[in-house]
Design a protein around this ligand. Structure first.
Ligand SMILES: [Cu+2]
Length: 495
């Protein structure tokens, strides 16, 4: 019998060591580093041709401790790309990381042939030149490595970046859109570190089961930064870029903020919240009002994501958050900065969802360890090699297409989790959450999305408007990257 204490101790062992080492360093670093803003690449200003190179570099997560990391034409992470609806972008991606990689455009509704999944591998030293036609509503999406079996490690070391899709609604609605001033990208990730400040990655069976959970939250690659913001409305584009950590974001003063967009675009109207669960892979855009001139600290609060998942028993007892709030970043209003936006729009428009009655197919998918192999027990006792995760009893296989959907059709997917919480992602679509455990979703989860947190049973309404042949299929998978690499992924064609 494994106690809750043992489980927590196991999953947190590395983190605890690292926390002890870095307690003093964290106190020293806290709110001392200016929030780094990734370089902005506006496709229109580059003749719609964008070159990126996946490369190895040195990056200081902690001041004065350079560490080996990966980035896209950067030492860690990649530039933020601004793409406009209607543009056709010619990408040229180089691979200098010494092993195969891919670039997946997470959230973009583009054909499977350019989607950047495991079938679009770029050999070491090779190049990939996909053409992307941008034809979807405004959204904050992202790009990251997605190679077969090695996604977790490559993303952990830094292969990720943000994409802002603009369709003119920023100007129409008067939303803050001055990049790096009142429109801030926040790539939130948890990491563990060795004493010299280098990244530590836990390869234990427990980490394979829970996913890699670090003890330190970083923002745009640094620990506990501070950002100067205008005394007005500030838009935060928040990505949980963690491998496995669920965040419950809130401000330390308990103040309200307004959610304006979820993964795939604007909500119908702003939704007032005081906290927000954000799964790995998920994005939210929020508006925060700094008109009162007060500083605010963004935190991650304790939560119980997964505590009520699936079958009763051992897995229910596993927790994925610390007991105390964790400080993430501080925002300090600066009267010298122009506050361009002061009023929160009453309506955002959003995009109409397809009618549920238009769905022609209902599929049932279950996220679970594959019991035919070594399964959960194998993971806990037997090492990573035997660990397999799966969907509906099958572990991922490159040469197996799990199903085919009809181009232009809409389906209802009933997605269930057997044991723990899984953040579920579907390529090539923006779906709607129809129900969570039989109830309609809360307002902030009712907009367009490509991620859904599955704790028990969730129904999704999934439209298919882009083509993916059997040679270049779309993926559907858990976005706990260690689960994905262990086989909690399937693939489908849209024809
Ligand atoms: Cu999972």
């Amino acid at each position: 019998m494994i106690s809750r204490r043992t489980l927590l101790a196991g999953s947190a062992a590395l983190a605890a060591q690292s926390a002890t080492r870095f307690g003093a360093a964290f106190a020293e670093a806290r709110f001392a580093t200016k929030l780094p803003i990734p370089e902005l690449i506006d496709a229109g200003a580059r003749n719609h041709a964008i070159s990126l190179t996946a490369q190895v570099g040195k990056h200081e997560f902690w001041p004065g401790r350079p560490a080996t990391a990966l980035g896209y034409s950067a030492n860690y992470l990649g530039p933020t790309l601004r793409l406009r609806r209607g543009e056709e972008i010619q990408f040229d991606i180089g691979n200098k990381i010494g092993e195969p990689t891919t670039v997946h455009w997470h959230g973009m509704i583009i054909p499977g042939a350019v989607d950047g999944g495991p079938h679009n591998a770029i050999a070491p030293g090779g190049r990939w030149r996909p053409t992307l036609k941008v034809d979807q509503p405004a959204a904050t999406v992202w790009y990251h490595a997605h190679p077969h079996g090695a996604t977790a490690v490559q993303v952990y070391w830094g292969l990720a970046g943000l994409i802002m899709i603009d369709d003119g609604s920023d100007a129409r609605l008067g939303l803050p859109s001055s990049y790096g001033v009142d429109d801030l990208p926040l790539v939130l990730q948890d990491r563990a570190f060795n004493e010299d400040g280098s990244l530590a990655y836990d390869r234990s069976p427990m980490a394979a089961m829970m996913g890699m959970i670090g003890d330190t939250i970083i923002v745009n690659g640094v620990v506990a930064p501070v950002a100067r913001v205008p005394k007005g409305l500030v838009r935060l584009r928040m990505l949980n870029g963690s491998n496995a950590r669920f965040l419950r974001l809130a401000f330390a003063d308990g103040g309200a903020f307004f959610v304006i967009a979820s993964d795939s675009g604007l909500l119908a109207a702003p939704v007032e919240r005081r906290d927000l669960i954000v799964s790995p892979g998920e994005r939210y855009e929020i508006l925060v009002d700094f008109a009162d001139g007060k500083s605010r600290v963004l935190e991650s609060l304790p939560h119980d994501v997964g505590a009520n998942s699936g079958m009763p028993g051992m897995m229910r007892m596993m927790r994925t958050s610390p007991d105390q709030p964790e400080q993430i970043a501080r925002f300090e209003p600066d009267p010298a900065l122009a506050a361009n936006a002061r009023e929160i729009p009453k309506a955002l428009g959003g995009v109409a969802a397809p009618a549920p009655s238009s769905a022609t197919v209902r599929r049932r998918l279950t996220l679970e360890p594959t019991m035919g192999g070594m399964g959960m027990m194998g993971m806990m006792g037997g090492g990573r090699r035997g660990s397999r995760m799966g969907i509906s009893g099958k572990s991922f296989a490159m040469d197996r297409i799990d199903f085919e959907a009809k181009l232009g059709s809409v389906e209802i997917w009933e997605v269930q989790s057997q044991m723990m919480a899984h953040p579920f992602h579907v390529h090539g679509t923006a779906f709607r959450i129809l129900s969570i455990d039989g109830a309609p979703p809360p307002a902030h989860l009712a907009g367009p999305k490509d991620m859904a947190l599955i704790e028990n049973k969730v129904e999704l309404l999934v439209p298919f408007n882009a083509l993916a042949t059997k040679d270049n299929p779309y993926m559907f998978h858990c976005h706990i990257l260690e689960h994905e690499d262990a086989g909690m992924m399937g693939q489908f064609a849209v024809t």
